[in-house]
Design a protein around this ligand. Structure first.
Ligand code: DAT
Ligand code: MG
Length: 150
């Protein structure tokens, strides 16, 4: 139950603005274990798979261009409630609706430049992790987990 994983990414605007450390720090200090970490230039093919459910949306071409406008910082977090808490920490898709204290509310204003991505379900997380880290990821043990969990 404490092994749940989520795929989190800092989008090109977040990388450009120097927010990778700040965003990663929030997940680290919350207690999540960082399992994988990569600065990557996603191909169009990868993005079409990643956002497969959005291919018919009018904003899809803009979304593809945005996601290829620079490197993306991709990481995997692991811990209790990783998917749900990950989404809560990112905030609503549209930063205009994101609650204060969330990443999107604290660092973004526009839905088309919303700084970060997080998996929306355990199934999406598994699919996205396999897509962005095809080489596979390795787990490891942390002494601090004995202190973090009851
Ligand atoms: P989320 O990223 O919160 O999971 P999503 O999966 O519905 O949201 O959409 C993926 C991304 O596409 C989102 O982060 C920003 C962009 N997007 C979504 N809806 C949009 C819209 N109406 N106009 C422009 N961009 C949009
Ligand atoms: Mg989504």
């Amino acid at each position: 139950a404490n092994e749940e994983r989520s795929f989190i990414a800092v989008k090109p605007d977040g990388v450009e603005r120097g927010l990778v450390g700040e965003i990663l720090r929030r997940f680290e200090t919350r207690g999540f274990k960082v399992l994988a970490l990569e600065l990557t230039h996603p191909s169009e093919q990868l993005l079409r798979e990643h956002y497969g459910d959005l291919a018919s949306k009018p904003f899809f071409p803009k979304l593809l261009a945005y996601m290829q406008s620079g490197p993306v910082a991709a990481f995997v977090i692991q811990g209790k409630g990783a998917v749900k808490i990950g989404r809560a920490m990112l905030g609503a898709t549209n930063p205009q609706d994101s609650a204060p204290g969330t990443i999107r509310a604290d660092f973004a204003l526009d839905i088309g430049k919303n700084v970060c991505h997080g998996s929306d379900s355990v199934e999406s997380a598994e699919r996205e992790i396999a897509l962005w880290f095809p080489q596979g990821i390795k787990s490891y043990t942390r002494a601090v987990d004995a202190v973090l969990y009851e």
